[in-house]
Design a protein around this ligand. Structure first.
Ligand code: ARG
Length: 476
């Protein structure tokens, strides 16, 4: 396995994903908020009417042999979605679109690892010794399901599910040939981190990269502080880390990534020579902005989608006295601080997000065209905020100019069309691929729309639902 990601938009060649497991269908309303869902989702619809399309699109672009010309067969009712079920013998088993659950199953075949991981999971979930023994007698593929869904084969819930495991972006980030593991802010995501750590350090796939995995330790001061709740934990989640060029990484300081998390990450990336420039984007610690990738992502070397209220627009003062009296307008303004490896002591600042993104497009990526911005909800209130909440700004670039997003963000879609983008529903695109009318190589400047009514309730988009491992090197 070759691992290398040096941009947000180079052609995607391999990624880690996790398809919605039965745990998503066990979120209860009283725990939805604690488990970081705002609502409960309908599992069957999330899978067969929504996520399966994501998988088909990914396979068509990354691993077409698995799917091309075979869809009628794959999707025929008598196959009951076997192709999409990780534990089924007819699972697609792509080595480009890689399912985390299967990597977990693989490592659990090693008795030593199985024992250690079972003990660790039982420790963090407070299981009895007897339950631990029972789990040790469970087959690797079943055990992987239990660790992820929290339920035994007989459907008994033994610990909470980890429904956010579908957001593979957040568990780790590939930065060039290194993998930065997360340190989650929320308890609901702790087991995901444990499983991911075991996978990256033990799976054969990553065996050449073990000394390139970066883990962020807690600071000593943290555990010496009195009390149970620590406001200033060292935390970092993948949605806050963006590799915008081979030398430059953005790190959000947000509800999920603390100042010390960002600072430790920068120090380690500089020490190991992974990048030479790191920019911290400090955003308000709000639920709807949980990570920086919920408010902006990249579409092309000179094009970005973002939420206008955190950009320059809102800050410009007009002829209304309130602009000068009220502080409110500036509250959402991010603070942007850029460090370079050799001059940490003299950071540079940017006055607004557009200036930073423009600098990246022009100077890091050497775009020879003016930088353009597409705004959530076409920058019209209240659609800007509504559509950001349903991930209008959280797009996954399959390659430069070809991005995947939700079908529910109508005004943002209009904004894309105004910039000359083709907009096509995933199901139509797949049909056109199947009947030969279109082929993945020739698609450009396109926004692919995924069905989203249920999936969007999980509060993340396709940028969150992907952890790129390999992108074609970005040519400047
Ligand atoms: N990179 C992201 N924006 N991830 C979104 C994660 C959504 C998830 N429900 C959470 O709150 O943790």
């Amino acid at each position: 396995m070759h691992i290398q990601v040096d941009s947000e938009i180079g052609s995607l060649k391999a990624l880690l994903i996790h398809s919605p497991d039965s745990g998503l269908g066990k979120v209860v309303p009283s725990k939805a908020q604690d488990w970081l869902f705002e609502d409960i989702v309908h599992l069957d619809i999330v899978r067969s009417k929504e996520y399966d399309y994501y998988l088909k699109i990914l396979l068509y672009f990354l691993d077409p042999d698995k799917i091309k010309g075979k869809l009628q067969q794959i999707d025929s009712p008598e196959n009951s979605r076997a192709f999409y079920k990780p534990d089924n013998p007819d699972f697609h088993n792509s080595t480009k679109v890689i399912e985390l659950q299967n990597l977990l199953t693989d490592i659990l075949h090693d008795p030593d690892i199985c024992q250690k991981l079972t003990a660790s999971v039982c420790a963090i979930e407070g299981c009895t010794y007897q339950l631990e023994q029972e789990l040790l007698n469970t087959s690797p593929s079943e055990l992987a399901k239990v660790f992820i869904s929290g339920s035994m084969a007989n459907d008994n819930m033994i610990f909470p599910p980890i429904p956010n495991f579908i957001f593979t972006r957040d568990i780790g980030i590939t930065i060039n040939d290194h993998i930065l593991l997360n340190k989650p802010a929320k308890k609901a995501r702790a087991r995901e981190t444990l499983l991911a750590r075991y996978i990256f350090f033990n799976h054969q796939l990553f065996k050449d990269y073990r000394d390139k995995i970066i883990e962020i330790p807690d600071t000593l001061q943290f555990f010496l502080r009195p009390g149970e709740e620590h406001g200033e934990k060292t935390t970092i989640e993948g949605g806050d880390v963006m590799v915008v060029s081979k030398d430059h990484v953005l790190i959000g300081c947000s509800e999920r990534t603390s100042a010390s998390g960002a600072s430790e990450a920068i120090k380690m990336l500089f020490e190991r020579n992974v990048v030479s420039k790191a920019t911290v984007v400090k955003i308000p610690p709000k639920r709807d902005f949980m990570h920086i990738d919920t408010i902006f992502t990249q579409v092309k070397r000179n094009m970005w989608v973002l939420l206008g209220s955190i950009g320059s627009q809102e800050q410009s003062k007009g002829l209304d006295p309130i602009d000068y009296i009220s502080e409110k307008r500036n509250k959402e303004k991010p603070e942007i601080i850029q460090f370079t490896r050799n001059e940490i002591g003299s950071p540079k600042t940017f006055s607004c997000i557009e200036h930073l993104l423009d600098d990246i497009s022009q100077n890091d990526l050497k775009s020879n065209r003016p930088t353009e911005f597409i705004y959530s909800g076409n920058n019209i209130f209240p659609y800007d905020a509504r559509e950001q909440w349903t991930d209008s700004c959280n797009l996954l670039a399959i390659r430069e100019g070809v991005v995947i997003g939700y079908d529910r963000n109508d005004k943002t879609v209009e904004a894309f069309k105004e910039k000359g983008f083709e907009v096509i529903k995933a199901s139509d695109l797949i049909n056109k691929f199947e009947n030969g009318e279109l082929n993945p190589e020739s698609i450009e400047n396109t926004l692919i729309l995924m069905p989203s009514a249920e999936l969007s309730r999980a509060r993340g988009g396709f940028h969150c639902m992907s952890m790129p491992l390999l992108r074609e090197s970005f040519k400047r």
